[in-house]
Design a protein around this ligand. Structure first.
Ligand SMILES: Cc1cc2nc3c(=O)[nH]c(=O)nc-3n(C[C@H](O)[C@H](O)[C@H](O)COP(=O)(O)OP(=O)(O)OC[C@H]3O[C@@H](n4cnc5c(N)ncnc54)[C@H](O)[C@@H]3O)c2cc1C
Length: 245
């Protein structure tokens, strides 16, 4: 897939399924069969969200979770924000059959196989979404020559978004998934604990100078990860970032 610019389109799409990922996070599966919509792994869309308390129509950015190879479905994964507006509507009131207006694709936070044969994906919480899109693309396209490492932090085991699929992805010989839990973890947890730090990155990435790095999550997380990578000698132009919020 070439990293060419795709045209932005606006369309209406019906919710086919609402999947519960964690107690605070849901994936909305939209029917986009019949819609001419192309995007690159890592891009996002703008979603119009009616907000009943005020009658407003909110516009919010959501990264695309599903692979671009999946042409008939588009998946967005939304984490409920404490006192948020759109995220509360999307995770507590949205149901099968609801119709939304979607516009996109947008964004330069993109990875395609012509860009590198190694990627390191660093995420926190819902920041995993575009990173999952990249991993699903690598898996579904059978890019077994591409080495991918995902190092992702969540607050607790219950809050691990895409838990089962991440464990499955980790079985692929070219994919390395490492999860760290920051607030609480089960007694038998054998992953990392605490925030992502330079020694975790050093341990998981053999040759730090080789991969492209994709950082996604809250602004403070992205800035800290950038500092960690710079302290490990990673060049600026190898780091791509997407900040939520
Ligand atoms: C490129 C991009 C991609 C994104 N992708 C995703 C994704 O895949 N999944 C996802 O879940 N999110 C994603 N986001 C975030 C998403 O766009 C929304 O910002 C998020 O869902 C919160 O929207 P909201 O309307 O619920 O919150 P808002 O109502 O906009 O509030 C956001 C936060 O600010 C706080 N707040 C609101 N008003 C005030 C106030 N007056 N004073 C103090 N604090 C206040 C709220 O408590 C809340 O925590 C993405 C953002 C960007 C920029």
């Amino acid at each position: 897939m070439q990293a060419v610019k795709r045209g932005v389109v606006e369309f209406r799409a019906q919710v086919l399924q609402v999947k519960e990922e964690t107690p605070t996070t849901k994936t909305l599966v939209f029917d986009i069969s019949g819609v001419d919509f192309d995007f690159l792994p890592g891009q996002y869309v703008m979603l119009k969200v009616p907000y009943p308390p005020t009658g407003e129509e909110l516009r919010r950015a959501y990264s695309i979770a599903s692979s671009p190879l999946q042409k008939d479905r588009l998946e967005l994964t939304v984490k409920r924000m404490e006192n948020g507006k759109a995220s509360v509507v999307l995770t507590t009131q949205t149901k099968e059959g609801d119709i939304f207006t979607i516009k996109g694709p947008y964004g330069k936070f993109v990875w395609t196989e012509d860009m590198s044969d190694e990627v390191v994906l660093l995420g926190a919480g819902s920041g995993v979404v575009p990173l999952m899109c990249i991993l699903r693309y690598i898996r579904d396209k059978g890019l077994s020559n591409v080495r991918a490492t995902l190092l992702v932090s969540y607050t607790s085991y219950e809050e691990i978004i895409y838990r089962d699929e991440l464990f499955e992805l980790n079985k692929l010989p070219n994919v390395n998934i490492r999860i760290t839990l920051t607030r609480s973890w089960p007694e038998n947890w054998n992953g990392y604990t605490g925030r992502i730090n330079p020694s975790m990155i050093e341990r998981e990435v053999k040759d730090l100078s080789k991969p492209l790095y994709y950082l996604c999550g809250p602004p403070a997380f992205v800035e800290t990860m950038k500092e960690h990578l710079r302290s490990l000698g990673v060049e600026k132009d190898k780091i791509k970032t997407e900040k939520y919020g």
